[in-house]
Design a protein around this ligand. Structure first.
Ligand code: PAF
Length: 287
């Protein structure tokens, strides 16, 4: 596996592959890789000829007081894991390489509406940072395909919209969430949990499963189902931000006839902010 630490080295590594007409698949990450990320690499390998993984802790998507400084940085271990998993190229630039004028002064990509709901309501500017860095990575790598995890469901919807709106010739592929045996979605931020919080953390997924079950059983008052789920999380010591059932493709509040839905939640537990979601289908409404 090649490693490029700057744009010139990235260009040099990509040039022969582009010349050969290889299909390049991009897997953007912020590093501290776990099985969830590595499953994206596995998926990517089956989608093209060359897998390019990027590792960049993007300051633009962290708000003031968030965990940018303490976000785990484990470059050597990440490099080893990617090599073993068969990635072809790792692009891991310094911040100044991607934001030479500083990330606060860069031209930015704004995906309206979708970026200010759910997580966006609690993390203003977060999705602007995500959309901007992914647009830059598209321009630098020029992939035919990009793979993102469904764990960050809202991010995936936003990046699909951004790719379409800006006419990037990139096919966006979503890959399923990878879970620990007790159901907790894998996340780099799980390491912020104490042992006791870690034991409680799977309740987020269990609560979402109950929400899905209720909606599948025919519950129509989604606000009541969501409020109950929030109360259950709060009673267990979580600080929930939202539990919400939305339309799967555009995250709009579902109309009675909508069948492809997603239940999403975000909650703080100790020092960790956890997010999770379950996409699901509900039966057609009876007349
Ligand atoms: O999902 C992530 O790790 C990040 O938001 C991404 C897509 C790599 C952009 O920094």
């Amino acid at each position: 596996m090649r490693v490029a630490r700057d744009i010139a080295a990235l260009e040099a590594a990509l040039a022969p592959w582009r010349a050969a007409g290889d299909c390049i698949v991009l897997v953007p990450t912020m590093g501290n890789l776990h099985e969830g990320h590595l499953s994206l690499v596995d998926r990517a390998r089956g989608l093209g000829d060359r897998v390019v993984v990027t590792l960049f802790v993007n300051p633009m998507q962290f708000g003031p007081g968030e965990d940018f400084e303490r976000y785990p940085r484990t470059f050597e271990e990440d490099r080893r894991l990617l090599e073993a998993r068969g990635a072809d190229l790792l692009f891991a630039p310094e911040t100044a390489e991607l934001y030479p004028r500083g990330h606060g002064r860069t031209t930015a990509v704004e995906v309206p509406e979708l970026s200010s709901i759910l997580c966006g309501a609690f993390r203003p500017g977060h999705f602007r940072g995500v959309a901007t860095v992914v647009a830059k990575l598209y321009n630098l790598v020029r992939p035919q395909v990009a793979v993102f995890g469904e764990k960050d469901y809202q991010q995936l919807v936003i990046l699909r919209r951004m790719t379409e709106d800006l006419n990037f010739p990139v096919e966006v592929v979503g890959a399923p969430t990878v879970r620990e045996p007790d159901g907790l979605a894998m996340s780099s931020r799980n390491r912020y949990l104490t042992a006791e919080e870690r034991a409680r953390a799977p309740l987020l997924y269990r609560t979402l499963r109950q929400v899905v079950e209720r909606v599948r059983e025919g519950a129509r008052d989604l606000a009541a189902v969501e409020a109950e789920a929030m109360a259950a999380l709060a009673a267990a010591g979580f600080r929930p931000e939202y539990v919400s059932v939305r339309r799967a493709d555009d995250l709009a509040p579902p109309a009675p006839g909508d069948r492809s839905l997603v239940a999403l939640a975000a909650a703080h537990l100790g020092a960790a902010r956890l997010i999770d979601n379950i996409p699901f289908e509900r039966a057609p409404a009876r007349a």
